[in-house]
Design a binder for this molecule. Sequence first.
Ligand SMILES: Nc1ncnc2c1ncn2[C@@H]1O[C@H](COP(=O)(O)OP(=O)(O)OP(=O)(O)O)[C@@H](O)[C@H]1O
Ligand SMILES: [Mg+2]
Length: 429
Amino acid sequence: MIDDERILFVPPTAEDAAITSRIFTEAGIQCTLCEDIFIVCDALQHGVGGIILTEEALVPQRAIHVLAERLGGQPPWSHIPIILLTRDGYDSAIVNSAVQCLGNVTLIERPLAMRTLMSSTVSAIQSRRRQYQAARELQSRQRAEDEVRRLLAETREREQSLRIKQAQLVQAAKLASIGELATGVAHELNNPLNNISLFVHNALDCLQGLPAGSEDEAGRATVQLQAALQQVDRAAKIIRHLRTFAREASVERGPVSLPTVLNAALSFVAEELRLQMVRVTKSFESSMPVVCGSQIQLEQVFVNLLTNARDAVAQSNTRRIEIKTEVRSEDVDVQIIDTGSGMDKDMVSRIFDPFFTTKDVGQGTGLGLSIAYGIIKEHQGSITVKSSPGVGTCMTVRLPLYHPTATVSSQALSCADEDEDNSEDRLAV
Ligand SMILES: Nc1ncnc2c1ncn2[C@@H]1O[C@H](COP(=O)(O)OP(=O)(O)OP(=O)(O)O)[C@@H](O)[C@H]1O
Ligand SMILES: [Mg+2]
């Protein structure tokens, strides 16, 4: 945009041109004399404050249409003021045609007083100035809107990539824990599979030596085969757990039985704890607390807390881990208490930082607690730490109850019972 306030004037005679030019200059108005309308048209591109024409300049009539076309090509905010000096006013056909085609035309009848022309010109320039001002405001508003749009798009893009990175991080940490736990799980699978083979062999022996018509032998064979089936179920369940854990965490949330989550998490590390001769005690409330959330994500949190406790007690003389739940009116606390190495204040302040680890390369990523923290925060809960060097650590996860009076759905309860049985025999270490 060019803020030009020049007046383009097509004078009828050389004498008019000289007088007007002198008076305008004295009044501080910049004035460019043009021979005809076609020259005015060319000058428009450099910006203009207003145009002064006389009736004589409107001939040939084509000139009016050329000027109208040029004015039509101006930006929407631009309405160049035109002062038309006329003898016959609206009685003249050509003046009428010019007023209709050009728009924003002010007629001044001749002969005229120079004062009248001056004041009309000054108001034309002022109105043009307001147009420039409005255009500038429009432009800066548009620029601001463009900037807001750009920032919004950028924020949305960043949010999206952050979400993807977060999901990748959660998945990576889960896979890392799975790798670490794979040994224990494989071991865990070995026992039931060995037992299956043993029971099936027994059943085969029984069937081979069966005299025709002996019901007792058939009954014993059935018992053996049923025992084998139980073991198969157990192996299938472990594999199912592993698969659920490895699957990408679904965003779906719902009522989750906390004991079910804790037992499932415990079953992942139970074999390793047994091998390391860690004594595990569970003090679960009988009221079966239910929280709202994602079972897989919560399992991931407790698996990490349990593996951290397992690592912490590795060098201790007393290797004990206690898992406690305490239901309050609005929320439930789960405490994982270990008799491990413990931590000093400085270390406690850093354990939730991503990639903070004291474990050997390949042993820990340092992501476990930062991810656990994120997950629990998403569940509107909190994780707190109490630790004394050489004594042990207590990690407390607080989660809001699904509903103060909620009871576990029948499916969740049956699941919890199954896990309870399952973990009980393996945890008696
Ligand atoms: N119960 C605990 N007792 C003592 N130190 C702990 C305990 N829990 C966590 N820490 C310390 O906090 C650090 C960070 O734990 P975090 O779970 O984030 O990562 P990590 O266990 O080292 O690695 P990852 O969980 O990825 O396998 C651990 O390396 C350990 O030094
Ligand atoms: Mg960890």
